[in-house]
Write a protein that binds this ligand. Structure first.
Ligand SMILES: [Fe+2]
Length: 390
């Protein structure tokens, strides 16, 4: 009977953690300033261990002391106050949600529109003369023994589209996201990553937000973004971390390097007589959605969105390809469980990878860095996307 109670405690503790993590993930998807988000995180940090401790000490040892007396779980349930029964029911729902999220993560496969995939991991810590550790309150996280922050995966994905004009077969897009220049990871790392990315063949370069966490590092931009030069243009949007700074100043600094901001706008490109409409969304943090209503049907529709949470809007706009970031692949992948933290209204569902939700194909990049430079199993990523017509 004691084992039954311990299993019951474990289920309720996991469910409690899931409910709190789910709440934190959703709140971080909204337009809320960082100081308030910090309060929410502190509350979450307190409540996650508090509930299992209470279960173990009070129900296990004090009243009714299930770890010492022969009592069934149903008898325990009847003795509990109504509000504790209510929280236990919520924890049970949380445990079911957790189990579903784990199954969904491990069974997810890229949609058939991804016809080729290859990748190379480059360990920049080994490639550079010295370890690119900078300064700042979180730089010490880089000393964590299994931290993958310097191991960058260069992925190549080929997507097939029925609507892609034949003339564009083979068009390639270099996708970077979530650079997070904080100073914790030093400039030589980013210079080396961009230098390698610049060697790739690509027609268009795009960045989907979260470029800077410190305006003091604006002078890093020419040494990184300034090294990319897509023959058909460089396009970008900003993210929620840029929103926390002087976003107008950051946007102007990137535009001064020849990049074009597509935030809240639609731009058209003419390639071999066929046209593509490129839109950008920094919602919910900045600007407005620019609808594709005026775009003729034959235009291929490409959307840069910082968060994948704009997927349902993109579907309504009949976007063909949506490139996003924001979730960093969860940053830490727990063995057997998967990612846990992902600042999205969908939790970890779109933490990274390729998803098809008709008519939109969504690619969520893991990004290059993060405010907290700790990655385990979610290596930084740079992606080259090749478009093929069916
Ligand atoms: Fe980010």
């Amino acid at each position: 009977m004691i084992w039954l109670h311990l299993i019951w405690f474990a289920i309720l503790s996991i469910g409690n953690a899931e409910v709190l993590v789910t709440t934190v993930n959703r709140i971080h998807a909204w337009k809320i300033r960082e100081p308030r988000l910090r309060h929410v995180r502190h509350l979450h940090d307190l409540l996650i261990p508090l509930w299992p401790s209470w279960l173990f000490v009070v129900i296990g040892f004090i009243s009714p002391g299930v770890l010492f007396t022969e009592i069934s779980p149903s008898e325990v349930w009847q003795r509990l106050p109504f509000f504790v029964q209510g929280w236990m029911a919520i924890c049970m729902a949380g445990f079911i949600g957790f189990s579903w999220a784990v199954i969904r993560y491990w069974t997810h496969r890229p949609p058939p529109q991804q016809i080729e995939f290859s990748s190379t991991i480059v360990d920049f810590e080994a490639e550079l003369d010295s370890r690119p550790v900078g300064v700042g309150p979180y730089a010490s996280l880089l000393d964590f023994p299994v931290n993958d922050c310097f191991r960058v995966e260069f992925t190549e994905r080929t997507f097939q589209f029925d609507r892609l004009p034949k003339a564009w077969d083979g068009l390639s897009i270099l996708h970077l996201t979530d650079l997070h220049f904080t100073g914790a990871i030093d400039l030589p790392f980013f210079e080396a990553v961009f230098a390698r990315a610049a060697q790739w063949d690509y027609d268009i370069a795009v960045i989907t937000g979260d470029v800077l966490d410190s305006e003091e590092l604006l002078d890093w931009l020419p040494k990184t973004l300034g090294k990319l030069n897509g023959p058909l243009g460089n396009y970008f949007i900003l993210g929620n971390h840029d929103w926390g700074l002087d976003s107008d100043r950051i946007r102007q600094a990137i535009c001064d390097l020849g990049w074009r901001s597509v935030a809240g706008t639609l731009q058209t490109l003419d390639i071999a007589g066929k046209r593509v409409a490129i839109g950008g969304s920094e919602r919910p943090w900045m600007g407005l959605h620019q609808t594709f209503d005026a775009v003729p049907d034959e235009f291929f529709r490409l959307l840069l969105s910082h968060t994948p949470d704009n997927l349902s809007w993109a579907r309504r706009q009949r976007v063909d390809l949506m490139l996003a970031g924001h979730n960093h692949g969860g940053q830490v992948i727990l063995p057997g469980i998967g990612p846990v933290y992902s600042p999205s209204v969908h939790g970890c569902r779109y933490s990274s990878g390729v998803f098809k939700s008709d008519p939109t194909l969504l690619l969520v990049g893991r990004g290059l860095s993060g405010k907290h430079p700790l990655r385990i199993g979610a290596t930084p990523e740079v992606c080259r996307v090749v478009l093929r017509s069916s």
